[in-house]
Design a protein around this ligand. Structure first.
Ligand SMILES: C[C@@](CO)(OP(=O)(O)O)[C@H](O)COP(=O)(O)OP(=O)(O)OC[C@H]1O[C@@H](n2ccc(N)nc2=O)[C@H](O)[C@@H]1O
Ligand SMILES: Nc1ncnc2c1ncn2[C@@H]1O[C@H](COP(=O)(O)OP(=O)(O)O)[C@@H](O)[C@H]1O
Length: 291
């Protein structure tokens, strides 16, 4: 049986860092949502081993690839002797703060669960995925959620009010580990207002959602990469209603409620940024995620 699985990117509408933990990770509190910029994972059963191909030269082709590691994990955990060929059609920019690798890993977990009739629930897949990366549990289910802890404590939220999401990715990538390393907790003076964001989502209030965007990691990346600050400023000037950096960056997203304005923002940004996308937010992934 061959299976194709959709692997959508995420953005962080809020990202708060609460404290550094003894295990070196940070406890977070984030509102995350999936957007319709997606990789596609084609899974084909083979007689043995794991083979990986990708349409992008920017991803690792060995056991550092998160989709590959997801397949290793499933094969080992469930004693599967059959092999798998994984083809990643890459559309999500790499090392961008959009969780592309985690999305691929989560899609591989979902696809193999179906292909090999493992019967795992979404919760069980998410638990398995945490060993691969902090964003994998959220990517297993997608939609919109509060993510706490490292990202594994998930509370589903209503889909945000309909709008356009314009994404602009500067040419360089950013290392998540380096951003967390550079973060000085004593310098964090303002935190996103989670209650305000929840209120905006519950009331489908677009303007309030834009007002409540906030990311504690933004200043760290903005200081290291002035180009990200410049992109933020330009996006606002071209008319985006709310602008924020996603995750550890460097991708900047703008929320826009009018298609004509979204077009203007995209056209304006394309003058100096090659990777610009205008997409919609997605609902949950439980239906339609296996193509
Ligand atoms: C910051 C976020 C927000 O969505 O997104 P990205 O910018 O990567 O998309 C994520 O929490 C990132 O998740 P993910 O990219 O899976 O990170 P991981 O591989 O688990 O961690 C990479 C490294 O970042 C640091 N790290 C990560 C998560 C966390 N809660 N605390 C940390 O200190 C650790 O040094 C870790 O070794
Ligand atoms: N399938 C994959 N797609 C993208 N990056 C991957 C993948 N597997 C492993 N990686 C590695 O994960 C790191 C983070 O990439 P990515 O998940 O795209 O970004 P981010 O964590 O910023 O959202 C990169 O260094 C990349 O080499």
């Amino acid at each position: 049986m061959d299976i194709s699985v959709k692997a959508p990117a995420k953005i962080n509408l809020t990202l708060d860092v609460l404290h550094k933990r003894p295990d070196g990770y940070h406890d977070l509190e984030m509102v995350m949502t999936t957007v319709d910029l997606a990789d596609r994972i084609d899974l084909t059963e083979t007689t043995g081993g794991i083979r990986l191909q990708s349409t992008s030269g920017f991803v690792p082709f060995d056991d550092r690839n998160l989709a590959y590691r997801a397949a290793v994990l499933v094969k080992e955990r469930f004693g599967i002797t059959k092999g798998i060929h994984i083809l990643i059609h890459k559309r999500i920019p790499v090392a961008a703060g959009l969780a592309g690798g985690s999305a691929d890993a989560a899609a591989t977990l979902r696809g193999l669960n179906t292909m090999w009739n493992l019967g795992l629930s979404m919760e069980e897949l998410a638990e398995l995925g945490l060993a691969l990366g902090s964003d994998v549990p959220f990517c297993v289910r997608g939609g919109t959620a509060i993510a706490r802890g490292r990202g594994e404590q998930l509370t589903p939220l209503p889909t945000p009010p309909p709008c356009w999401v314009v994404l602009a990715k500067p040419p360089h990538g950013v290392s998540t580990a380096e951003v967390f390393q550079a973060l000085k907790m004593e310098k964090v003076t303002s935190h996103p207002n989670l209650e305000g964001m929840l209120h905006a989502l519950e009331n489908q209030d677009f303007n309030q959602m834009c007002d409540q965007l906030g990311n504690v990691l933004e200043n760290v990346t903005l200081e290291a990469y002035p180009k990200v600050r410049f992109l933020k400023e330009r996006m606002a000037t071209f008319g985006a209603n709310g602008v924020l950096m996603s995750g550890s960056g460097p991708t900047v997203f703008g929320l826009v409620n009018k298609e004509s304005v979204a077009r203007r923002v995209v056209n304006g940004l394309r003058g100096f940024c090659r990777q610009v996308y205008a997409v919609r937010m997605l609902g949950g992934l439980e239906e339609g995620s296996i193509e």
